[in-house]
Design a protein around this ligand. Structure first.
Ligand code: HPA
Length: 281
């Protein structure tokens, strides 16, 4: 259902105004919680919870494993907005609709976004349960969330993406991982639209092209954040070996299970990064 949707600046401001009316602080970090990483939401202190359904001009989640609410509050003394439940292209949204959450966060004052997802390992040295810091991504399918008339208030029509996964934040993430004894891979996330898992031949091609992990999210949000000049960090929890690596089918259940198993370690890492993140510099 590819359809053309165009939003103007006022459209996003309406969502932001509603959220602002519910809080008395300005969030500086946005955290998007992917498949089965919902437990990270428990880390938020003094939470203000806003169901997506209540927010004008926002989107609704359709995936059962994803809750649908914003959780605003504090983690390690920093003001955050967490998205518990995200939106994917495979749900039937147009790419252009997928810019909504990140743009609304930018209007709320967010300076850095942390994206998380579950992904399949293409790189055969990775194992389920591992965490990969996203160094860069490859998206060869379809259009961009930034298609359509450009909204200059957010960013320029054409923009550079060579440091979109902000190097200084990746350095910090690696330092934090080392301090807490969490092993961290760093690799390239390869985007597929889904909802089907990839074919073994697609995964073999992905490996040749330089992908280390595959998934169905993150890239649209990352591009939106880069467009509006936000700093960005993104992590994949390796939930399974990608298609064709093992002689067994991939199931949604194993993806969920890996997320639950890793939640504690993932939470500890994000907590430490948020604690040490200095957005003044
Ligand atoms: N492919 C795509 N998306 C995924 C996978 C996968 O193997 N695992 C978790 N999300």
């Amino acid at each position: 259902m590819e359809h053309t949707v165009h939003f103007d600046y006022e459209y996003f401001k309406k969502s932001a105004e509603y959220i602002r009316s519910k809080i008395d602080f300005q969030p500086e970090i946005a955290i998007v919680l992917g498949s089965a990483l919902g437990p990270l939401a428990d880390e938020v202190e003094n939470p203000v919870v806003i169901p997506y359904d209540d927010i004008p001009n926002f989107l609704r989640t359709t995936v059962r494993s994803h809750a649908g609410k914003l959780i605003l509050g504090q983690i390690q003394g920093k003001h955050v907005v967490c998205m518990s439940g995200r939106f994917h292209y495979y749900e039937g949204y147009a790419y252009e609709q997928l810019v909504i959450p990140i743009r609304v966060f930018q209007l709320l004052g967010v300076k850095a976004t942390i994206l998380t997802n579950a992904a399949g390992a293409v790189n055969e040295t990775y194992k389920p349960g591992d965490i990969m810091l996203i160094k860069d991504h490859i998206k060869l399918t379809g259009a961009s969330p930034l298609c359509g008339p450009n909204i200059d208030e957010f960013g320029p029509r054409f923009f550079d993406t060579s440091d979109m996964y902000t190097e200084s934040l990746r350095t910090l993430a690696k330092q934090c991982a080392e301090e807490i004894g969490q092993h961290l891979w760093e690799g390239n996330y390869f985007f597929f639209t889904g909802p089907q898992f990839e074919t073994p031949a697609e995964i073999a091609a992905t490996r040749v092209l330089g992908g280390d992990a595959v998934g169905m999210s993150t890239v649209t949000e990352a591009l939106t954040a880069a467009h509006c000049g936000m700093k960005l960090l993104a992590f994949s929890l390796i939930s399974n070996m990608a298609a064709g690596v093992l002689d067994q089918p991939i199931t949604a259940e194993e993806v969920g299970e890996a997320g639950r198993e890793a939640a504690g370690r993932f939470k500890a890492l994000i907590r430490e990064i948020v604690r040490q993140m200095d957005l003044e510099v």
